[in-house]
Design a protein around this ligand. Structure first.
Ligand code: SF4
Length: 438
């Protein structure tokens, strides 16, 4: 380690996609010989990777920049909020530089200018798999940037640009490196996973001499061959998604679909300008469950979208009862500066949106509890995340890290985080399971 190397502090805010950006920047910094500082005081400068998706996240990001300025004074800002430089400089004129999302080169340039890099790059300090901020046994795999849709409540396409898919060979190389480095679960993320490759017309690529198309289904199949758990996030209900469900039934990828439906009323979905808003999603869900009965379906929803009537909301509740989704998240509508939905008439009062969210989550919890109760007595494979004096916290195939439930095992025997265990489910509540070794 070079003791004269500049030390860079790093603050990472936002969603898993931003986390992947942070990991890339940290990997580059280490690759060039910089040291990473765990404190503001010990750093030569601080990089703040921000989130700008909803207004509370903007505030959190601005506060984090203020804190870094107060404790260190030399701050470079990147990430989603970086796309709105004037918002940052208006509040914090002292920042050294502002760059946008995925602007790795620009961040590095700003770091080179304000904390010139050491003469000898210590390339060998970088493990082949890069530096991950997630625990060693799972890793996020970002397959594309940006989005081609124009959902009226969202400004991601404006902040992050149009869809840009990564070459399938490059994605597979990264995934293979991660698995070789000990990763047991790959979490595939992007703004719109099922649109992977659309922008580059499914360009053919090569991986290990094997021809593949830059296409969602080819990627799922190839990832499934690596021997790790593969979990698909942010999948939209396009017709070709049906093709991936047999891969789930055959055990190639996890029987888990994270599919943001957002609403069920066709009128609201149209106002939201959602992709695939005219699909008969209930029929699709029914077919997926016929093909793969063990599938876990996770989704997120918005209550209180402008124009949402009691009838629209009731339709959503009825839809949820019939869809019986396993995992559900719900937000009340929050206007995002610059989003088209802000112009829509008939806003829903905040208290009413909250009340609908509470009713929605009550139904979702009841459904989740019933679906989990049906698992009691089943044998399943789980992945250990943490060990505590009173047992292990693990996850089943139906639980994504950080957003879903867990499986608690009181007497897990000798094991470590990242180990797979076979267990029998002994109990369930609304979100989590209890189990013992099989
Ligand atoms: S699909 Fe819609 S909500 Fe998702 S990133 Fe694109 S525009 Fe935003």
């Amino acid at each position: 380690m070079n003791s004269t190397a500049p030390r860079i502090g790093f603050v990472s805010l936002g969603c898993p996609k931003a986390l992947v950006d942070s990991e890339r920047i940290l990997t580059r910094l280490r690759a060039e010989g910089y040291e990473i500082s765990g404190s503001y005081e010990g750093a030569d400068l601080v990089v703040v990777n921000t989130c700008g998706f909803i207004d509370p996240a903007v505030e959190e990001s601005l506060d984090a920049i203020g804190e870094a300025l107060e404790h260190n004074g030399r701050v470079i800002v990147t990430g989603c909020l970086g796309a709105r430089a004037e918002t940052i400089t208006a509040r914090h004129p002292a920042v050294l530089a502002v760059t946008g999302p995925q602007a790795y080169e620009e961040v590095m340039e700003a770091v080179h200018t304000h904390a010139p890099k050491p003469h000898d790059p210590y390339l060998d300090l970088v493990p082949a798999q890069g530096i991950r901020l997630t625990p060693r046994h799972y890793a996020y795999l970002k397959i594309s940037e940006g989005c081609n849709h124009g959902c009226s409540f969202c400004i991601i396409p404006r902040l992050r640009g149009a869809l840009r898919s990564r070459d399938i060979g490059e994605v597979m190389d990264e995934a293979e490196r991660l698995v070789k480095a000990g990763v047991k679960e790959l979490l595939v993320i992007s703004q719109d996973t099922s649109a992977y490759g659309v922008d580059i017309k499914y360009r053919p690529g090569l991986w290990n001499g094997q021809p593949l198309q830059t296409r969602f289904i080819d990627l799922a199949r190839a990832l499934g061959g690596l021997g790790a758990w593969v979990r698909l996030h942010y999948v939209y209900p396009y017709p070709h998604v049906d093709e991936v469900v047999p891969l789930m039934a055959a055990g190639h990828v996890l029987p888990y679909l994270d599919i943001p439906f957002q609403h069920a009323s066709p009128r609201i979905l149209k106002l939201m300008r959602r992709p695939a808003h005219a699909e008969d999603t209930l029929a699709r869900i029914r077919r997926w469950r016929e093909t793969c009965p063990e599938i876990t379906i996770r989704s997120t929803f918005i209550t209180g979208f402008p124009g949402e009537t009691e009838a629209d909301f009731q339709l959503l509740l009825d839809w949820l009862e019939e869809a019986a989704l396993d995992r559900v998240g719900c937000f009340t509508y929050s206007p995002v500066a610059g989003a088209a939905a802000n112009e829509l008439p008939d806003p829903v009062p905040a208290e009413l949106a909250e009340e609908r969210k509470a009713r929605f989550m009550e139904a979702a919890a009841r459904i989740s509890a019933a679906r989990l109760a049906a698992k009691v007595g089943q044998r399943m494979r789980v992945l250990v995340d943490e060990l505590h004096p009173d047992g292990a916290i693990a996850r089943s195939m139906g639980d994504a890290p950080e957003i879903d439930g867990v499986v608690r095992i009181a007497a897990p025997g000798p094991c470590r985080p990242g180990d797979f265990l076979d267990v029998i489910v002994t109990g369930a509540d609304a979100y989590d399971l209890e189990a013992e070794l099989a």
